[in-house]
Design a protein around this ligand. Structure first.
Ligand code: ZN
Ligand code: ZN
Length: 143
């Protein structure tokens, strides 16, 4: 599946079935996206490739380690390696297709904004769950 930023200069591709999605309600994602929570998924780096605009990717890293990749032309958040893992965070809103992927988890629910109403559906985690367990939970069978 193809993903594109707002201006279209950055394009990437994910091979295979798109995993299910999660929303992060932490205070950093809130500032980064200007929203109550972002929606994303996690893929293995072997499934991910930049198609165009990789040189347009700007990077910001906070002292605490939180990092964000974004398009230097339009500001869209773009895929970002998760720390020193072999996993890549994908912003769900950039994906161009619908394979029936669903939001199955909410993380950092402890940090949510007072005006953020988290639905009861899906699994809730106070903070960040163990990355390997979480990654496996999101994967779906290949179609
Ligand atoms: Zn862009
Ligand atoms: Zn977050």
């Amino acid at each position: 599946m193809i993903g594109k930023c707002l201006c279209g200069e950055i394009e990437f591709e994910i091979e295979g079935t798109i995993p299910n999605l999660f929303q992060c309600h932490c205070s950093l994602c809130r500032k980064q996206g200007g929203v109550a929570s972002n929606a994303g998924t996690i893929v293995h780096e072997s499934k991910f490739s930049w198609k165009s605009g990789a040189n347009k990717v700007a990077y910001y890293k906070k002292d605490t380690g939180f990092s964000s990749n974004f398009c230097s032309s339009c500001g869209s958040p773009v895929p970002n390696q998760l720390g020193d893992t072999n996993k890549i965070w994908i912003p769900a809103g950039l994906l161009e297709g619908d394979e029936g992927q669903q939001i199955v988890a909410h993380i950092y629910t402890k940090s949510k904004a007072g005006w953020d109403n988290i639905p009861d559906s899906g699994q809730h985690f106070d903070e960040m769950p163990d990355i390997e367990t979480f990654y496996n939970m999101l994967q779906r069978p290949e179609r």
